[in-house]
Design a protein around this ligand. Structure first.
Ligand code: ADP
Ligand code: MG
Length: 392
């Protein structure tokens, strides 16, 4: 059982909250998208309303154990201050005497943001001394950063060995949603998997085969499956080294009586660029000098129909090169079909979520998973160290 902050008595306590403030910055160090900061507010407000003082910690970028001024969390403190409508103190570091006294001086309702955890290599090394120092700043630990839960770092795993540890609301929703897919999906359960590569998603494909009623495969990864069917894919993105894996997955699906749907037709062009005239061809007629860049209209219909019959849908991976307008149609149509499902829907993956935003349909999805690698590992059936430590 996941221990969560729901009902937790935090009055007068200092609470260390591991948040995910790994936000995109522009060349001038301004925050380009504050979604992740906004997403943390329910947990922060809940704790503040109950009389806690907050010590917030996150990583930003990949400073690799060194102080990189461009990766300071300082701009985040300013944004958070506006969103919370209360002062947010910025710490000069995440450990050390000065930080310790700043943490100690906090009164209920006050907020301190620590500097980038990954300025110290001990964070990613999960160094016990470093974890202990972090723990020493607070009475209680809360993790609301699902996106790093697949890593055993000092702030995601080590710290929880020293003070009582709980999941925040974001963490809770992410875990409950993904768990529901794996453990108790209402049927029919349809998974739509696309994106660039089979190699990224083999674990998920395999684990899902046992659980779904139908697996719909599109995007670049479908090309490798077409190769496994003995078809040519011209200059399309494909992974010849994974043709045998694709073949195995198809054979396994057949053995288990699961529907595995591949593109029947494709939108092709000479290159993924605006101005290259797109054309629709059946899957067995991709010319040698062309690239498959989106699923065709027949496939869209086939996939949408299957999705429309489902009570549970998981979608990860765009159906084509959605970044380029002429090759966006398949992804948008699938996004619309998923949004229309009368049941429980989960969309995951950075690019898939971006496509969903582009379609303006995020609010019509049951759970938009922002976990990236952590979500995929969870759906592969792996135990995540940052989740395990919050259970029991
Ligand atoms: P997510 O981030 O949602 O997990 P991926 O990162 O696996 O998705 O894949 C997204 C990328 O796949 C996009 O950049 C998209 O352009 C690319 N892609 C999708 N279909 C194709 C295709 N047919 N050929 C080349 N690239 C593709
Ligand atoms: Mg991606």
């Amino acid at each position: 059982m996941l221990r969560t902050i729901e009902g937790l008595d935090v009055k007068g306590k200092r609470v260390f909250v591991r948040v995910d403030y790994n936000v995109p910055l522009d060349e001038n160090g301004n925050i380009r998208d504050d979604t992740r900061i906004r997403a943390s507010l329910p947990t922060l407000r809940y704790l503040l309303d109950r009389g806690a003082a907050l010590i917030l910690a996150s990583h930003l970028g990949r400073p690799k154990g060194k102080v990189v001024p461009e990766m300071s969390l300082r701009p985040v403190a300013r944004t958070l201050e506006n969103l919370l409508a209360r002062p947010v103190k910025m710490a000069p570091d995440c450990t050390g005497d000065e930080v310790k006294s700043m943490a100690k001086a906090l009164r209920p309702g006050e907020v301190l943001l620590l500097e980038n955890l990954r300025f110290h290599s001990e964070e990613e090394e999960n160094d016990p001394e470093f974890a202990k120092e972090l723990a020493g700043l607070a009475d209680v630990y809360v993790n609301d950063a699902f996106g790093t839960a697949h890593r055993a770092h000092a702030s995601t795993e080590g710290i929880a060995r020293y003070i009582p540890a709980y999941a925040g609301f974001l963490m809770k929703k992410e875990i409950e949603s993904l768990k529901k897919l794996l453990e108790s999906p209402e049927r029919p359960f349809v998974a739509v998997i696309g994106g660039a590569k089979v190699s990224d998603k083999i674990g998920v494909l395999r684990n899902f085969l046992d659980r779904v009623d139908a697996l719909l495969i599109g995007g670049g990864m479908a090309n490798t499956f077409l190769l496994a069917q003995g078809l040519g894919v011209g200059k399309s993105l494909s992974e010849p080294d994974f043709v045998s894996v694709a073949g195995e997955i198809m054979a396994e699906a057949a053995k288990k009586g699961k529907d595995l749907l591949l593109p029947e037709d494709l939108v092709i062009a000479a290159a993924p660029k605006v101005g290259e005239p797109p054309r629709v061809v059946p899957k067995d007629q991709i010319p040698g000098d062309m690239m498959a860049l989106d699923i065709g209209p027949r496939t869209r219909k086939l996939f949408s129909t299957k999705i429309g019959q489902a009570r549970t849908v998981f979608w990860n991976g765009p159906m084509g090169v959605f970044e380029v307008e002429p090759f966006r149609g398949g992804t948008l149509e699938i996004a619309a079909a998923v949004a229309d499902v009368n049941g429980f829907t989960v969309v995951g993956g950075g690019d898939s979520v971006a496509a969903l935003e582009m379609a303006g349909l995020s609010s019509k999805i049951g759970h938009v998973s922002t976990g990236g690698g952590a979500s995929l590992e969870f759906l592969e059936g792996k135990e995540l160290p940052g989740v395990k430590i919050l259970e029991g």
